[in-house]
Design a protein around this ligand. Structure first.
Ligand code: GLU
Length: 418
């Protein structure tokens, strides 16, 4: 599958191969489980504000449709490539299966820098992308959601474009929409809240008092910022955070309320008066109890895995730790890893609730949603911890093998067509 050639895809395949070995999946079944079912690459010409026309590359990868529609985010970032999107789609499959959701994995992306585009340009780009995707998406086929560089507004444009084409409103074609358009209460906060909930569960197991703990968060977008605020509510002292523009540190703990206001005004953490700037590479190496990478893939590598100094590594991002780094971390039992497919699954779990609410046109309260979310997370947590202890394997291997085994069983039960 050379078309997917990319270091992140290679990484996802290596993880898969390790699990396939562990589960003793016959070689003849591996290809059909591992490779995406289908992908679409599109050229997107857009009228720019200066009168020129620029062509962007867009992708959507649907990994498997064995147990229902595919589900996954849409990313706007200059480095987006087909292979990266394919890896992210694969991880969505294992994540959905682990949480017991009736979805396969998908991911999409457009190679662009949204911070350099006007709102009108982003809207035209989004609508053109949706137009190209129409035969390929839908509530029973593929349901998009926000990811890096996209948000509720992006989802509203996708929903509107799809609905204009259908001739009636189809809220269930995307999740992570504004609440007034059929979005779910608690969706925006779900991923970060879930990360903090699982850190609290891990702290219990390790007898770590969160009230006396320190936390470092890489990435201050939708996931990282909510994780930081939620950890603050659990009593943890957040000592450092970062975003694309810079990293900041205060050994006494950051004033999160003041930081929230500063970021709302300045759209970045750099320059926050209550902290000192530090280098990006230094952030991950700070001594702390809790480290939350909540930015992009491949941040914890063979170079820094031996040097990180935390008790809990909670992966808010997808794929932040390379297999080489994993091998090092497996030799460091003092670092407890909450792997991505478990740690950040709160987002897609509440996306599932949003999809269900839209299909029924019947909406739940925020308390009901939080309750149902924590129940699923608790269930996954207990299963994975138990599996890891019983089989004496890492939390990552336990989580991935649980997800992959479920997809494998579903494929075997359906059989091979024709
Ligand atoms: N982009 C998010 C993720 O990586 C959310 C996906 C969704 O809600 O469909 O999990």
């Amino acid at each position: 599958m050379q078309v997917y050639e990319h270091p992140t895809f290679q990484m996802a395949c290596r993880q898969f191969d390790r699990v396939a070995d562990h589960l003793q999946i016959p070689e003849s079944d591996c290809g059909r489980l591992k490779f995406p079912k289908r992908s679409l690459a599109v050229a997107l010409p857009v009228h720019m504000d200066d009168g020129t026309t620029q062509v962007f590359s867009g992708y959507r990868v649907q990994h498997h449709l064995t147990i229902g529609p595919t589900k996954g985010g849409l990313r706007y970032h200059p480095d987006v490539k087909l292979g990266e999107v394919a890896a992210l789609a694969m991880w969505m499959s294992w994540k959905c299966a682990l949480a017991g959701l009736p979805f396969g994995g998908a991911k999409g992306g457009i190679a662009c820098d949204p911070s350099k585009l006007s709102p009108g340009e982003v809207e035209r780009l989004t609508r053109r992308f949706t137009q190209e995707m129409i035969p390929f998406i839908g509530p029973q086929m593929d349901v998009m959601a926000p990811d890096v560089g996209t948000n509720e507004q992006t989802m509203a444009w996708i929903m509107d474009t799809f609905s204009m084409h259908a001739g009636y409103t189809v809220p269930s074609v995307v999740t992570g929409k504004p609440v007034g358009l059929g979005g779910s209460l608690g969706r925006r906060e779900a991923t970060g809240r879930g990360v903090a909930y699982l850190i609290n569960r891990a702290a219990d197991v390790l007898s770590l008092d969160l009230g006396k703990s320190t936390a470092v968060v890489q990435g201050f977008g939708n996931v990282g910022s909510v994780a930081a605020y939620s950890l603050g509510r659990y009593g943890a002292k957040v000592i450092a955070v970062s975003d694309v523009g810079g990293a900041i540190y205060n050994s006494m703990g950051l004033d999160l309320l003041a930081l929230e206001k500063y970021v709302a005004q300045n759209h970045r953490v750099g320059g926050f008066p209550g902290a000192e700037p530090i280098a990006h590479e230094q952030l991950l190496l700070l001594p702390c109890d809790i480290l939350v990478p909540a930015a992009l893939e491949r941040q914890i590598t063979a170079e820094n895995a031996g040097k990180i100094q935390c008790r809990i590594l909670a992966e808010g991002a997808n794929g932040p730790t390379t297999p080489e780094a994993d091998a090092i971390l497996e030799q460091r039992p003092e670092v407890f890893v909450i792997p991505d497919v478990l740690a950040n699954s709160g987002g897609v779990i509440v996306s599932y609730f949003e999809w269900v609410q839209d299909l029924q046109s019947f909406f739940w309260s925020e308390t009901e949603i939080a309750d149902k979310l924590f129940r699923i997370l608790e269930n996954s947590w207990a299963q994975i911890l138990n599996c890891s202890r019983k089989q004496n394997i890492s939390m990552r291997l336990a989580a991935l093998s649980t997800g992959i085994r479920r997809v494998y069983e579903a494929k075997r039960q359906r059989g091979l067509f024709p």
